[in-house]
Design a protein around this ligand. Structure first.
Ligand code: GNR
Ligand code: NI
Length: 181
């Protein structure tokens, strides 16, 4: 198992449209396990393959309190949507940012599980929100795209600044380490 690096906004790779998964081989099983490990460690309630720079239509989710209900959605399609609801969302690719997004209250989804078997499920509550959020990632879309241009611009600037500060701190720590030798 391995922890994977999560891409962060405004990384242009997050805008890639993902391709369907075609091979249900050992490499896919390993990738699913690594995505769960990465999601649980983050911690997050969902992760789309796009976020780990693998541009195929694969999503892992676990919205349970005790992290005991792992769900895999491969090549998902939304068959129907009902109602509207606003939820405060966050995203591992947009760390530290939370804002309201309106989405369908309930969706019916058809997808393949990790063995390649097709299933259909009605999803509502946090699970429904999360599935819609993850499906957006597969189309290169982020929750901040639903916010105003002004808000999104502020978020981009803040994250670019945070990233530069982290890089500077890493460089300083490395220099410190070399001096200590
Ligand atoms: O961990 C996550 N929490 C979350 C909260 C509200 C709405 C959506 C999410 S998904 C997010 C993990 C993530 O970024 N998945 O793409
Ligand atoms: Ni996200």
């Amino acid at each position: 198992m391995a922890l994977l690096t999560i891409l962060e906004y405004p990384d242009p790779r997050l805008r890639t449209r993902a391709e369907p998964v075609a091979q249900f081989d050992d490499a896919l099983q390993r990738r699913i396990d690594d995505m769960f490990e990465t999601m649980y460690a983050a911690p997050g309630i969902g992760l789309a393959a796009s976020q780990i720079d693998w541009h195929h239509r694969l999503i892992v989710i676990d919205v349970s309190e005790d992290r005991s209900e792992p769900l895999v959605f491969i090549n998902p399609e939304i068959l129907s949507r009902q109602g509207k609801a606003k939820t405060e969302e966050g995203c591992l690719s947009v760390p530290g940012v939370f804002d309201d997004v309106q989405r369908a209250e309930q969706v019916r989804v058809r997808a393949l599980d990790r063995t390649g078997a097709v299933f259909e499920r009605d999803l509502d509550g946090m699970l429904g929100v999360c599935l819609q959020h993850e499906m957006d990632h597969l189309d290169g879309k982020l929750f901040v795209d639903y916010l105003s241009d002004l808000k999104r611009d502020r978020i981009r600037k803040k994250l670019e600044k945070d990233r530069k500060e982290r890089a500077a701190r890493r460089a300083a720590d490395t220099a410190q380490g070399h001096r200590a030798l």
